[in-house]
Design a protein. Structure first.
Length: 159
């Protein structure tokens, strides 16, 4: 079970035939197990990891730290669910340490993200404070390297 999930997480493009060979199982067994993972909600979806800079489609991404007051009998769940509903929000995480929630947000411009924080996020009931950190460059994401290989442009004298 764990190995199949690890392989799918690393490359969901693998076919069931390839997975079966890698796991020394039948294709039917792999197909059934994947279907069960999807039904049980263990596999939440499949997606491509896109390098938008390479695609020449730029956007602004930020990581926002939130300090919040949890609801008496619902904890952080209600506030996290409310924040997750915003279309600008890519992800929401409960954190340990100096803040409660980490929110990953995207917008077309720095101004768009700033206005989202000021007029939508900061005014949500229970939000005490925000700290916005703009992501300037992505080096690795979801175990995929975004670092470009550097070319050695030095010229060596002819011998």
């Amino acid at each position: 079970m764990k190995r199949l999930l690890q392989l799918l997480e690393r490359d969901a493009h693998l076919t069931t035939k390839q997975l079966a060979v890698m796991l020394d199982r039948t294709e039917q067994e792999v197909t059934e197990e994947i279907a069960q993972f999807e039904k049980d909600g263990i596999i939440k979806g499949y997606k491509a990891v896109v390098d938008w800079e390479q695609a020449d489609h730029h956007y602004v991404e930020a990581l926002i730290e939130l300090k919040v007051t949890p609801k008496a009998d619902r904890g952080f769940e209600e506030i996290a669910a409310k924040i997750a509903e915003f279309s600008e929000v890519k992800s929401v995480f409960l954190m340990s340490g100096g803040f409660d929630l980490a929110v990953n947000v995207v917008g077309k411009t720095f101004q768009d993200v700033a206005m989202f924080v000021a007029y939508k996020l900061a005014v949500v009931d229970s939000v005490l404070s925000t700290a916005t950190h703009f992501i300037l460059k992505r080096y690795k994401y979801d175990n995929i390297s975004f670092a470009a290989e550097e070319k050695d442009e030095r010229r060596f004298p002819s011998l």
